[in-house]
Design a protein around this ligand. Structure first.
Ligand SMILES: NC(=O)c1ccc[n+]([C@@H]2O[C@H](COP(=O)([O-])OP(=O)(O)OC[C@H]3O[C@@H](n4cnc5c(N)ncnc54)[C@H](OP(=O)(O)O)[C@@H]3O)[C@@H](O)[C@H]2O)c1
Length: 283
């Protein structure tokens, strides 16, 4: 008798407990909603009560959404966030260390306060998350930590020295941990988006190649579900990364042209925040 083929959609997130920092906006907001759609309980975290209230309203249809205002640059608050999640929901399956700020700026005008702000949030926020979640995940013999880096955490664009310092650190730290804990049931994923249309661009124009946050969320969760080490997207960014690995001369030419455009942007008062994708056909 012929066997009927049944298409069963796998879903790693059904019934799982997740914390998403920076879950009140942009990529984290879309990841939170996608996780909720896929049946997870999600702690949606922002630092400002105002953004938390806004997220509460927009996710009101999901009974498994929980909300908290937590400043991830403060270790004790992150400790309490993880502790509360475990106390209320009994475990922590996924931690998305996603909260972060962008910083594209001419480096000679950077202040030490700017360096500190970015390092505190983009790096220490992730370190605190790992530090307090890892013991929980080791004790429960399983868990997955997903750290949002950036394409600027694997390719270093000009005028992004601060941002690259934090994001390269996140990529390196996550990759190292991934191998160290590979035999202890703990998974690590580094997420490396190129431009995604979110509030991170502030009042500047969103680059034309930016993809919508909900598309980014689906790509991220598909990669997490497959336990991929590096989730680089969209496709052109992944291709670019791979081409640079194999062709350092191409990378050099591309980056020098990129710097020229960015420096001209600063000089003219119209920042060049996009990616020179017209150069991708370059030989
Ligand atoms: N968008 C892109 O093109 C892009 C590209 C590559 C990488 N990324 C990375 O993706 C991540 C998310 O960025 P996004 O574009 O979605 O930005 P976004 O829309 O500006 O969202 C940032 C989120 O972080 C939260 N946040 C900020 N400071 C915080 C703090 N001290 N403690 C806790 N939460 C805090 C914000 O909530 P509150 O306002 O309440 O603090 C908000 O929910 C960042 O790590 C960013 O570097 C973004």
């Amino acid at each position: 008798m012929p066997c009927e083929k049944v298409n069963v959609m796998s879903n790693a997130f059904e019934g799982k407990i997740a914390v998403v920092t920076g879950g009140t906006s942009g990529i984290g907001g879309a990841v939170s909603e996608e996780l909720l759609k896929r049946g997870a309980t999600v702690w949606v975290i922002g630092s400002r009560q105002e953004s938390v209230e806004k997220a509460k309203k927009s996710l009101a249809a999901y009974p498994k959404a929980r909300f908290a205002a937590v400043d991830v640059t403060v270790g004790d608050q992150v400790k309490e966030m993880i502790g509360t999640c475990v106390r209320v929901d009994g475990r922590l399956d996924y931690l998305f260390n996603n909260a972060g700020i962008g910083m594209t700026h001419p480096s000679r005008h950077l202040t030490l306060d700017m360096w500190k702000k970015a390092v505190d949030l983009n790096l220490w926020g992730v370190i605190y998350g790992i530090h307090y979640a890892l013991p929980v995940m080791l004790a429960q013999k399983g868990g997955h930590i997903v750290n949002t880096s950036s394409v600027a955490g694997i390719i270093a664009p000009p005028s992004q020295a601060v941002y690259c310092a934090t994001k390269y650190a996140v990529t390196g730290m996550t990759e190292s941990l991934r191998y160290e804990f590979s035999d202890q049931g703990i998974s690590f994923t580094t997420v490396c988006p190129a431009n995604v249309a979110t509030a991170i661009f502030g009042s500047a124009e969103v680059p034309k190649e930016a993809i919508p946050a909900d598309e980014a969320a689906r790509i991220i969760l598909d990669g997490v579900e497959k336990k991929e080490g590096l989730v680089i997207f969209p496709e052109f960014a992944r291709n670019l990364y791979e081409r640079f690995l194999h062709d350092p001369d191409l990378k050099e030419r591309f980056m020098l042209e990129y710097a020229k455009r960015r420096n001209a942007g600063w000089a003219s008062g119209v920042p060049y925040l996009g990616i020179p994708d017209d150069m991708l056909g370059m030989k």
